[in-house]
Ligand binder design. Structure first.
Ligand code: ARG
Length: 449
């Protein structure tokens, strides 16, 4: 059991098993950087409040910067028996600057620190995810550009529906991700980070002193981040709300749903049965038993992780439901779902950008599918509308014609004019042949040109 931030009122030692059960350093060490930032602002506010001398604050700042350097270099080593990240950093500073460090926790509480750390984490990670999404866009556009003249089979109900352009198909995922990007941008710009809530009731430090400390911090360390850091407006709400986590996890759960749909489409379209798309080998694996296999593992894992990412959102919602105000220890459990979602989504997007560059269309197979006459039935009905028939009547006429072709086992383009006339005087073989082409079908869709 490492040195704790509390204990004066306790006579008995904590039960060891309980201590291990309740500590969080094994996952909240990931908040080290943000916790250091909180301390930096705090010590400078303590100088304005005259709790710390300038030289003392300088020493603590040097100590914090040394830890920050380790964190940024990926070399941060924490004591696995520390209770949490706040305790770890406090203990590290106490070892170096004993009496000065003892003053650092004046007028603040871990309840205030943790919400600051987590918000900072969410915004920081949100900005990273925005960058990763931008790379995926580039890959989607490149793929659309590469196959800009290709047609594709459009489905509804997993049944062949109408001819579409491949670029239109692939960029539909771009549109979904664009909405996710907008949600993230809004989130990162508008989530406010607060200071000065204390444990729940606020802090002795004056607003002006916090304001000065925040200004110095932003100038020195975070000018690149569009953060809004200010003094708390309602300290009770600040220490007890985790909406910003629920909101962030919701945005990422929607994003994950989009990734999962892309994954499912690509799994399906790369089966031998469809065989429209070829997947890049570097992202597939084989079977230990069946030598011919090339499995779409990346896509399957993306689809599978959707379960985890949706569950993470529900975990936090459920933890928060019915919690009495203000801070409760239950809230410590919001971190693992949050980190899990962020880490999974970041890996997925990073791989997806490269995965998309290796996608190939099997044009021969797609062209074969595009010969399916049923794909043009809607265009044929619309052709009759052009001749003055009400759409419902045209729909009925073409439906009957298709039934006839199925019953007689004859292609629509092979039905002779005398028979066609029985269905509608506006139908003839030459016209049907003209309509039954991907270029014609797509070109009639004026809304998507
Ligand atoms: N580890 C705690 C958490 O993540 C930090 C806040 C602890 N506050 C407390 N009063 N025990 O929620």
């Amino acid at each position: 059991m490492a040195e704790k931030l509390w204990g004066g009122r306790f006579k008995k030692q904590l039960d060891n098993e309980f201590y291990l059960f309740q500590k969080s350093i094994q996952y909240d060490y990931k908040l080290a950087m943000y916790d250091i930032y909180h301390s930096m602002i705090h010590i400078s506010a303590l100088v304005y409040t005259k709790v710390l001398k300038v030289e003392e604050a300088h020493k603590l700042e040097m100590g914090l910067l040394a830890i920050l350097k380790e964190v940024k270099a990926g070399k941060f080593k924490y004591d696995p028996l520390s209770e949490d990240i706040h305790t770890e950093i406090q203990n590290r500073l106490e070892k170096k600057y004993k009496s000065i460090a003892l003053k650092m926790h004046s007028f603040r509480s871990r309840n205030d620190q943790i919400v600051f750390d987590e918000k900072y984490y969410c915004i920081h990670q949100g900005l990273d995810i925005e960058r990763l999404l931008a790379n995926v866009f580039v890959s989607l556009f490149e793929l659309a550009e590469k196959y800009k003249d290709n047609f594709f089979v459009g489905y509804t109900h997993t049944r062949r529906a109408q001819v579409i352009k491949f670029s239109n198909y692939i960029l539909s995922f771009g549109r979904m991700l664009e909405r996710d990007l907008k949600h993230l941008e809004y989130y990162c710009k508008n989530t406010e980070i607060f200071l000065g809530s204390g444990a729940l009731a606020g802090s002795f430090i004056k607003k002006e002193d916090y304001d000065k400390a925040i200004k110095v911090f932003i100038k020195k360390y975070s000018q690149d981040f569009p953060f809004k850091i200010s003094l708390t407006r309602n300290s009770l709400d600040n220490v007890s709300s985790r909406d910003f986590i629920v909101e962030f996890l919701s945005i990422l759960a929607i994003l994950q749903t989009h990734l999962s749909r892309l994954a499912e489409d690509f799994i399906l379209y790369s089966t031998k049965e469809f065989n429209y798309l070829g997947l890049p080998e570097e992202f597939c694996t084989g079977s230990s038993h069946m030598p011919h296999k090339k499995n779409p593992d990346f896509l399957e894992l993306v689809r599978g992780y959707t379960g985890r990412i949706h569950a993470n959102l529900f975990a936090v919602l459920t933890i928060m439901k019915g919690l009495p105000l203000t801070y409760n220890r239950d809230m410590q459990l919001d971190k693992e779902p949050l980190f899990s979602t962020v880490e999974i989504v970041k890996s997925e997007l990073s791989i997806l950008a490269r995965f998309l560059r290796g996608i190939k269309i099997n044009t021969r197979q797609v062209d074969l599918a595009l010969e399916d006459e049923s794909l043009y039935a809607t265009e044929l009905a619309e052709h009759l509308v052009g001749k003055g028939l009400p759409f419902k009547t045209a729909h009925e006429v073409i439906g009957k014609l298709i039934r006839y072709s199925e019953e007689k086992n004859v292609k629509l383009t092979d039905i002779v004019d005398e028979i066609l006339k029985e269905f509608s005087p506006h139908l003839n073989k030459n016209e049907i042949k003209k309509i039954f082409s991907p270029a014609f079908a797509v070109q009639t869709k004026r809304s998507v040109q």
